[in-house]
Design a protein around this ligand. Sequence first.
Ligand code: PEP
Ligand code: MN
Length: 335
Amino acid sequence: MKPDATDGQIEAVVRVIDELGFKPHPMPGSTRTAIGITGNQGPVDPSHFEMLPGIADVIRVSKPYKLVTLDLLPEKTIIRIGDATIGGDNLAIIAGPCAIESRAQTFAVAESVRRSGAKFFRGGAFKPRTSPYAFQGLGEEGLQILAEVRESYGLKIVTEALDEAGVDLVERYGDIIQIGARSMQNFTLLRRVGRSSLPVLLKRGLSATLDEWLLAAEYIMSEGNYQVILCERGIRTFAQHTRNTMDLAAIPAVRRISHLPVIVDPSHGTGKNYMVTPLARAGVAVGADGLIIEVHDRPERALSDGAQALTPQQYEQLVSEVRAIHEVLIPAAVS
Ligand code: PEP
Ligand code: MN
C-alpha cells in the first residue's frame, strides 16, 4: 500500500482478497502496510487490485515463503511488547536460567538480569530433554514463578511450549512463546502459535537448512501471527569441540531474505561456559538483533545445561561488552 493509504483503503483490499477466496495478510511496516496473499493455486491476476485506491504496487512473490520475505515487506519487522522491542536499533537481551528450578534460583538470576538492563527474562517450565529421566521442568508451577518475576521486575517473559496445551498455559503467564529447536517442524504446534496473539521465538532446528527454518516461520505467519523472532542456536556438524556449531553466517543470510528479526543463542550454540561470551560478541558483530543467554546463580548445581550457564557476574560483563560492540555498529545497522 502507499505510505498514506488509509485504514479504509487497506480494509477494502483485504475484502477483495477475501471475496476472491484467498487469505489476506495485512502486515503493517514502519512506513507502509504490505498485504500478503496466500491460499491461491497459481498466479493471481494483478488487475483485481491495481486500480484500487491506496495500492502502490502489485508484486508476485515467486519464493516458497511468501510472508517471510523482504519482497513483500522491505522494512525490518520490529516486535513491540510494552516498552521492550526486538528488531530495529536496540539490541535485545533475553537472559535467565535454562530451567526454572525454584523460586529462590529464579529470583537470584532475575536480580542480575534486571541489573544488566535487559528487558527480557527466559526460563523453561517445560523442558524438552533428551532423556525421559532427566528433569522435565516444573510445569505450571514454573510459569507461576515466571509471572512473579514479571510482576516484581517488569521483565518480559520468554518461555517454551512443547505442545498445544503448553501454549494455552504460556499464553496465560508469558509474553513470548518459545518454540524449541526440537519442535521447529512440529507443524501442528506451529499452526497453533500462529493463531496466538503473543510473539513467537522460533529456534532453528538441530539440522535445519535456512529454507526449512524460514518455512517454519511461514507456517506461523500463514495463520496470521506475523510477530516471529528467528533464533540461531547452533546446528549439528562433525565438530566435537562444541555441543553445536553456531552458524553465524545465517544472520546475514537471513537478513538478505527476510524482514524478521534474528537473534543468536551462544549458550546452546556452543554448550560451553567459556565460549558463550566470545560467540555472543561475534553474534552481535555479525548483526544479530539480540541475544538469548543462559545464566545460573550456581551453574554447578543446575538441573539442566549447567555446563553452558554463565554466572551472574560473567553475564553482566558480557552485556557491557556486547553493548559496546553494538554501539559501534549503529547506525551502520548492518544492512
Ligand atoms: C532452551 O532454550 O533451553 C532450549 C531447550 O533450547 P533449544 O530448543 O535451542 O535446544
Ligand atoms: Mn537450555
